[in-house]
Design a protein around this ligand. Structure first.
Ligand code: RB5
Length: 147
């Protein structure tokens, strides 16, 4: 499995933690930055990750985004056609955004979610399948809004 990640300065340390957590499990991580605590603009990093996921450039089909709240970076990601980014704060949300919404990206707020919980959320997000059925119709309707 390959997973792509990106963050702003507010999410840098949590991104590094999650990256190591995944790599220790043998999961390949495509890291789109940022690579330090130096201040950057989160829409730029959301765009980098979305470009990778929608183009298939790295082969990663799911992405994890992290900023201070998880809000700005998730709003940015959801501007991109083909991206369904769920801002999650617990493992149930991480589970349901896969089962019901077929989310292909999850956003986490580093200022609100600790490293242990974030790792559990990522684990859940990656291991939970889309349920399809009635949810497939709703996801199709959601995607149709993009035109
Ligand atoms: C950056 O200062 C901060 O605004 C960002 O990490 C995020 O919380 C935005 O939604």
């Amino acid at each position: 499995m390959k997973i792509a990640m990106a963050c702003d300065h507010g999410g840098f340390h949590l991104k590094e933690h999650i990256k190591k957590y995944l790599e220790d499990k043998g999961i390949e991580v495509v890291d789109h930055g940022t690579y330090s605590e130096d201040s950057v603009d989160y829409p730029d990093y959301a765009a980098k990750l979305c470009e990778d996921i929608t183009s298939g450039a790295s082969g990663a089909q799911k992405g994890i985004l992290i900023c201070g709240t998880g809000i700005g970076i998730s709003i940015s990601a959801n501007k991109v056609k083909g991206i369904r980014c769920a801002h999650c704060a617990d493992t149930l949300e991480a589970q349901l955004c896969r089962q019901h919404n077929n989310a292909n990206m999850m956003a986490i707020g580093a200022g609100f979610t600790g490293p242990k919980l974030a790792a559990a959320m990522v684990e859940t997000f990656l291991s939970t399948a889309f349920e399809g059925g009635r949810h497939a119709r709703r996801v199709a309707l959601m995607d149709a809004i993009e035109g």
